[in-house]
Design a protein around this ligand. Sequence first.
Ligand code: TYD
Length: 261
Amino acid sequence: MPELHYTTPDHAGVTQGPLLHEGKAKKVFATNRDDLVWIHFKDDATAFNGVKRANIGDKGAVNARISAHLLRHMETAAGVPSHMVAELSERDHLCKKVDIIPVEVVVRNVAAGSLCRRLGIEQGRVLPRPLVEFFYKSDELNDPLINDENALMFGWAEAWELAYLRAAALKVNEALVAFWDELDVTLVDYKLEFGRWHGNQILLADEITPDGSRLWEKGTQKSLDKDVFRKDIGDLGDTYRALFARVFGHDFAERAGGAAV
Ligand code: TYD
């Protein structure tokens, strides 16, 4: 698979501005353009809403590269536009400054995680069709599961927006399942975020990375994602570098444009 660096003519002359927001895995900076933000991927890993933390070398670079690649793929293969404008460095993305919709969209193909805890479904059961769930984006409340009525009643999203999120998530899922399948990986579940752009357009935003996805190696069912960190079942840096190699077809250390490691 070619390592296409995500660039567009739109990023010429953009400079980094002040820090706007620091999250668990990324920093968001303003730029000299009102409509663009500069997103820096950190090496920090957190789990259980920040209770468990560690610094994992290379994690930011692996996540940034995989996310750029997958967001672009979602535009071309699924027809779902994203906030990506360009990759500025191996850890920095230039993105459209969207207003994040506080409804996290989780898509599941195989039962795992909170679905099993909540409904007593056995882990690993293949679902008859993709399941789309909405969670309210709130660290204080631990991102609770919500339904459409909750989102509408409390003004977190409008009806047309929820319809778009669901339809876009299913399109993304089809393309993403096929992408991972080709690499002998089962896409178990993952979280997507979307943002409002110019009021009337919705863009896929945030990231698509192994931090927010469950990826199981076909055959062995080995976790290739952040569950390695959550469950202490291996070295997260090695896991992420191996995933990079699987996606791009060469070792992380041999990547183009990256620092030698
Ligand atoms: P889920 O099974 O609901 O939660 P948990 O990770 O606690 O078992 O998560 C489903 C998928 O979505 C999983 O791959 C992790 C991801 N996700 C996030 O990355 N952040 C979130 O806030 C949520 C709700 C899910």
